[in-house]
Ligand binder design. Structure first.
Ligand SMILES: Cc1cc2nc3c(=O)[nH]c(=O)nc-3n(C[C@H](O)[C@H](O)[C@H](O)COP(=O)(O)OP(=O)(O)OC[C@H]3O[C@@H](n4cnc5c(N)ncnc54)[C@H](O)[C@@H]3O)c2cc1C
Length: 399
């Protein structure tokens, strides 16, 4: 590894790669080093997500998510087209499971209008013409610009671009700590004029080394998927329920993957340590006790109804229970239709200590020496290009 650099970016997920790429394009000649603890890019959330390019109609107009989803969707769609990366322009239907949910469809319509996102309110018949299996009550919404990509391929291409513009990428290099501008990693130390922390599930800890994230901590939520045994292409579009707009998760839904495979998920099950994908994988006692203490604290204090979410979500470890979630969205599926669990992903969800609430929007904190991406929650994949540009604007304005 180099002895020194202008920018050290920590984490080769879509956010870290996006920021490194943006810095290299804007500041040619700068020495930019990207470190990643894993042997390759996108081994965590960025390579384990649903791969959906969201349209941007869930978010209130004053949020960063609203600002970046519409533009991010367009930017990544063009990027995939230009680079020959597979993209399935399958659209998405949002259904009302009961009549009570119809007003929520109207609220989403209002948000779409404010955010400048194309969204159509359609009748039950029109919904069935788009996808004959869909179940809805009276009305549904149709989003034509929602699509699917292969997230790993997208990040790989973005990393190739970053390298081509001069970013030095160092895999198997874990950030360990810092003293002054000197950063210690598992492969040696480096003097970094500016540090950008995009470390996903570990971003809060790294931020604290720099005096940030004092009012927050990250909590891991596990997203499980169940694959349908129906042939690829058997569903023409994504099918989503109306989400609970009070929390940042979208509820179990049908996703059509880029290759046409149909899956349901992801769950938002509280995980007991940050990278708890399967069994005791990546177990560290200190992380387990810290996560558990945070979860118990959330249960004990007013604020976010953690116990309710935990109770609802833990049931989704049961395959029949998960399968049954899908019956409310589409006909033609049975418990036996869902045999195989897919690769799980874990969300790094920021919690605000003072109010015990989940942060709904992206959060960054920093100064003239370092910048920390603390809440790159969904749909940060969709938003990655304009979001990276926003982070770099902030970095440049502070220096
Ligand atoms: C189940 C699930 C489904 C989702 N579905 C969608 C979707 O359909 N559409 C969408 O837009 N978004 C979706 N998201 C959200 C999206 O995947 C994330 O918002 C995005 O990937 C976050 O990217 P990131 O780069 O911040 O994090 P990550 O991809 O987690 O990257 C962080 C990187 O930092 C590295 N790192 C951590 N600690 C260190 C250290 N000490 N030293 C060096 N490196 C370190 C990690 O190894 C990792 O590679 C989903 C997320 C999940 C979990």
């Amino acid at each position: 590894m180099r002895q020194s650099c202008d920018y050290l970016v920590i984490g080769a997920g879509v956010v870290g790669v996006g920021i490194a790429r943006e810095l290299a394009v804007r500041q040619p000649g700068s020495k930019i080093v990207l470190i990643e603890k894993e042997p390759a890019q996108a081994m965590h959330a960025s390579g384990r997500n649903s791969g959906v390019l969201h349209a941007g109609f869930y978010y209130t107009a004053d949020s960063l998510k609203a600002r970046f989803s519409r533009d991010g969707n367009r930017a990544l769609t063009e990027y995939c087209d230009r680079n020959g990366l597979p993209i399935r322009k399958c659209g998405k239907i949002v259904v009302a499971q009961t009549e009570k949910e119809v007003p929520l469809l109207d609220e989403l319509m209002r948000r779409a209008e404010r955010n400048g996102v194309e969204l159509d309110k359609i009748s039950e018949d029109e919904a069935r013409r788009i996808e004959p299996k869909v179940r809805t009550t009276g009305f549904a919404l149709y989003s034509p610009s929602t699509s699917s990509v292969n997230p790993k391929q997208v990040v790989e291409q973005m990393l190739q671009d970053a390298r081509a513009t001069g970013v030095d990428c160092c895999f198997g290099a874990r950030y360990l700590g810092r003293s002054g501008s000197r950063v210690q990693t598992s492969v040696g130390s480096i003097d970094a004029r500016y540090v950008v922390n995009a470390a996903g599930l570990y971003a809060d800890k790294i931020a604290r080394d720099y005096g940030f994230s004092e009012g927050y901590y990250l909590l891991p939520f596990k997203g499980l998927y169940l694959y349908s045994s129906h042939p690829k292409g058997s569903l023409s579009t994504h099918i989503y329920p109306v989400p609970n707009l009070a929390n940042p998760f979208l509820g179990v839904h049908f996703t059509v993957a880029v290759d046409g495979a149909v899956k349901i998920g992801p769950t938002a099950i509280p995980a007991f340590w940050p990278e708890q994908y399967r069994g005791m994988e990546n177990f560290r006692l200190s992380e387990f006790t810290e996560t558990l203490a945070h979860q118990l604290g959330l249960m004990a204090r007013p604020g976010f109804q953690f116990h309710r979410l935990a109770f609802e979500e833990l049931r989704k470890y049961s395959r029949p229970f998960m399968a049954r979630q899908s019956f409310m969205l589409a006909d033609g599926f049975t418990e036996k239709s869902f045999a195989d669990w897919g690769i799980p992903g874990i969300r790094a969800q920021l919690v605000r200590k003072k109010s015990n609430t989940l942060e709904m929007d992206f959060v960054i904190e920093g100064d003239d020496r370092s910048m920390h991406v603390l809440n790159a929650v969904s749909p940060a994949f969709t938003c990655s290009m304009p979001f990276s540009s926003f982070v770099v604007d902030r970095i440049e304005s502070l220096q």
